[in-house]
Structure formats: C-alpha cells, structure tokens
Ligand binder design. Structure first.
Ligand code: BG6
Ligand code: MG
Length: 214
C-alpha cells in the first residue's frame, strides 16, 4: 500500500521545465554554444552544475571553474526572472484535484526536487504549505539519478521508502526513485519510460485506484 507520494516539482507540479529551457537557451546563444530541446531533455531532473556540464559538451572552448560558476549564475538569473512571473495558474492540469484526493485518503505528501529554487516556486504558485515535507536541491549533495533527494523526503515523512510512490517527468528521476526502493509513476516526458512502475500522460489521467491499492 502506498502511504506517501513524493512529487518532483519542475514538469510535474508546475510548468517551470519550459522556463529552464528558455534560460539555458538564452545563455547558450550568448556563448555561441549549440543547444536545443533534444539536448534539454537530458537536463530534466539534473542539478544546475551537472546540467551546465552537459550543455558545455558542445562548447568550442574549455571554461575555468570560475567561468562555469558565472555561467550557472547567469542562467539562474534568467531563470529567476521567468519564474518570478509564475502564478497558481501555472500549476499543471490535475495537480490540485490529485493533491486533494490523496489528502482525503490520509496519504502523506512531499516534494522531492533537485531545484534550489523550490521554496521560491512553491511560494509563487501558492503551494508553500501544501506538503508535509519538502526535500530540494538546497539539502542534498547528489542529484538525480542518485536517490538522495527522495530518501530525504521519505525520511522527513517518517515513511519507509517501499511505501512511497514518486511522481516524475524525468528519466533520471524515475531511475532515482527505483534506486531508492520506491515505486515510480512517469508522467510527461517520462510517460513512455519502460522502467517506470506506472505511466500516464499527466497526473489527472493516472489510474490512482490501481496505483494506491497495489
Ligand atoms: C530540476 C530540473 O527540477 O532542477 C532541472 O528538472 C534543473 O532541469 C534542476 O537543472 C536544478 O534547478 P535549479 O533551480 O536549482 O537551477
Ligand atoms: Mg521534473
């Protein structure tokens, strides 16, 4: 039986995955580094510095550690500019109904996100108090596909990992959930992930009865 659900944030709860793409794209264009949506798929769930390392695979020169810090900071400034405009209307379809349905069943709710901007985003979309626990990029050292962020979330919920379901739009996140001994529901870009325990195009279309009672 599932007793806790741990939600990834970007691309599961809110549309910020597109903001990440536009911020990286702006920085890459300025640096004349090739970057497109296909490459962007590899950044889903991956930390800021690990994402930069993937983007720099196509750079025409090498960057010093200080330059890399500056590039990551510049991308984050562009990103924060975009997410400052977020409102509750940017919450993805089905999220509010599913949170309410899970609450009624006494299932614990958590966020497990690699993003260091998690507190700001939750505040902007009005969900700062909607979860029993938040584990995010400010509290971990290993980014997805490492299970650290999800294990931290299950610890904060005081639930054994095997009683937790992770909802993810990133292949790296599905891998992290399974590595942590949890079940994984792949949605969005991970809706066709063959390793996910369950798949659905979005939260609203998942078969929650089957998932919760398995
Ligand atoms: C994840 C996103 O949620 O957070 C990644 O899927 C992003 O694309 C990562 O790189 C880190 O985000 P931030 O906000 O700390 O730069
Ligand atoms: Mg995501």
């Amino acid at each position: 039986m599932v007793r806790g659900v741990i939600f990834d944030l970007d691309g599961v709860i809110v549309t910020t995955d597109d903001c990440h793409y536009h911020a990286w794209k702006r920085m890459a264009d300025e640096e004349h580094i090739e970057f497109d949506r296909t490459i962007n798929e590899r950044l889903r769930g991956v930390s800021r510095m690990d994402s930069l390392a993937i983007l720099l695979e196509r750079a025409k020169r090498t960057y010093t550690p200080d330059e890399k810090e500056a590039l990551a900071a510049r991308k984050n400034a562009y990103y924060v500019d975009l997410i400052t405009a977020l409102t509750p209307s940017d919450i993805l379809p089905g999220v509010m109904d599913v949170l309410q349905m899970l609450r009624k069943k006494d299932i614990k709710l958590a966020i497990g996100s690699s993003s260091r901007n998690t507190p700001l985003i939750l505040k902007r979309i009005g969900l700062a108090d909607a979860f029993d626990a938040v584990a995010d990029g400010n509290q971990i050292t290993h980014s997805k596909p490492d299970p650290e962020v999800f294990l931290l979330a299950s610890t904060k919920l005081a639930l054994p990992p095997e009683t937790c379901l992770v909802v993810e739009d990133a292949d790296a996140g599905v891998e992290a959930a399974l590595a942590g001994g949890m079940k994984a529901l792949g949605v969005g870009s991970a809706a066709v992930n063959p390793t996910a325990t369950y798949c659905a195009p979005n939260l609203a279309l998942a078969n929650w009865n089957a998932i919760l009672n398995a």
